[in-house]
Ligand binder design. Structure first.
Ligand code: NAP
Ligand code: LUD
Length: 341
């Protein structure tokens, strides 16, 4: 079996502490996501055989500027999602290597940046009513010239199709610990999966989350709490961030601040999960930029027991968890239709 955690040659994660420098074990999101996608591919194949060609179906709604050759962050994330689901090469301009396609029927619906709030809500309603679609996400942020209330938009997605887990119904269930009766947001769910891969149990640990957004920090707090960690959530007004970080057995960072968490803050042996995706200038690259996380990797991997890289850590797991939620939604749909008829 593929090993998701990779120990650097010759150095263990927990040995050599003290006089000799130790290097953290790397938790590969690329490998972990591949395992998830392989499992989902099998599940989708079984559904197809059992239910006469049935396929889970996902709609990704985007409000954006229409531009040929457009390749901003949102387009990159969406094309990664569409690729992981099934072949949909329309407008996908980037080159992907080894992408395992699951067999989900994924559609990209684009509305122009001139779309009004009512038009966006109307599109969501029509997908809500379409019985052949099992999952709907509205990619954020909305790139629009009009004022659109994104809270209203995410809450308009039917809770049964809300595979992003961002509607207040799903968020409320998660906050109350109803983990088996909701969709868990993809990034926190991916982080938990990566923590599981380390073999470190969450129950009884002190977890620290940096960030309290609806998409990363807040649901991560809830998920760790209901997996029985004692959780501290930090944000921009937390006065003593380094001290809080130093108490973490498990640290999850989603602040959007390039390399903010320094290695010296990190508790020896901690599990460090870095959600950050920040583009910083790099003249040595043809693109003129490179992606770094919210954790200063080079120093943190000298203290942590386990660490996720950026890229290749949380990002690919976000995509895999979207696929997982879509397959789960389709399974729930089949169960409902069986019980109705
Ligand atoms: P966000 O909505 O901007 O939220 C950032 C959070 O970090 C806020 O709660 C903010 O505090 C807190 N924060 C900002 N500066 C801080 C500081 N100096 N000290 C402590 N806390 C601070 O961002 P987001 O959507 O959660 O995303 C966070 C990062 O994760 C970004 O880099 C984003 O690109 C990345 N991301 C990655 C994935 C993935 O799949 N890998 C998915 C989603 C997001 P306040 O609440 O006080 O403002
Ligand atoms: N909106 C997301 N907005 C942005 N990185 C993602 C993401 C893949 N409604 C809604 O998908 O879950 C969402 N739901 N988000 N994000 C960010 C956020 C959303 C971020 C990164 C990746 C999805 C990803 O695959 C790769 C990696 O980290 O290895 C490549 C990173 C790179 O730019 O090279």
């Amino acid at each position: 079996m593929l090993s998701v955690v990779a120990r650097p040659l010759g150095l263990g994660a927990s040995c050599c502490r003290g006089s000799r420098r130790a290097i953290a074990t790397v938790i590969s999101g690329n490998k972990a996501s591949k395992l998830v996608r392989e499992r989902l591919k099998e599940e989708v194949e079984k559904m197809k055989v059992q239910f006469c060609g049935f396929r889970p179906s996902l709609v990704v709604l985007q409000v954006c500027v229409f531009q040929v050759g457009d390749r901003d962050d949102s387009n990159l994330y969406i094309s990664t999602k569409l690729k992981a689901a099934a072949e949909e090469i329309n407008r996908v301009l980037c080159c992907f290597g080894d992408v395992l396609q699951i067999g989900i029927d994924a559609k990209h619906v684009r509305l122009p940046n001139s779309a009004t709030q009512d038009e966006v809500l109307h599109s969501i309603m029509s997908v809500n009513e379409n019985q052949t679609v099992h999952g709907l996400i509205v990619q954020l942020p909305l790139d629009t010239v009009n004022h659109i209330n994104s809270e209203l938009v995410t809450n308009a997605v039917s809770p049964e199709k809300d595979v992003d887990g961002l509607s207040c119904i799903n968020a409320g269930k998660l906050s109350r610990g109803d983990l088996n009766d909701c969709f868990i947001p993809c990034t926190p769910n991916g982080c938990l999966e990566l923590i599981r891969q380390t073999g470190v149990s969450v129950a009884g640990k002190h977890a620290v989350v940096i960030g309290r957004s609806k998409i990363v920090g807040a649901p991560m707090h809830d998920l760790l709490l209901w997996n029985h960690a004692t959780v501290t959530t930090c944000h921009s007004k937390t006065p003593d961030l380094p001290e809080q970080v130093g108490r973490a057995d498990i640290l999850v960072v989603g602040a959007g601040r390039a390399e903010m968490v320094r290695g010296g803050w990190v508790k020896e042996g901690a599990v460090v999960i870095d959600c950050g995706i920040n583009y910083v200038p790099d003249e040595t690259r043809a693109s003129g930029k490179r992606v770094v996380g919210d954790v200063h990797y080079a120093s943190a991997n000298q203290r942590a027991g386990f660490i996720t890289p950026v890229p290749g850590g949380v990002g690919p797991m976000t995509v895999a968890m979207l696929m997982e939620n879509t397959v789960q939604s389709a399974q729930r749909f089949l169960l409902r239709s069986q019980s109705h008829g």
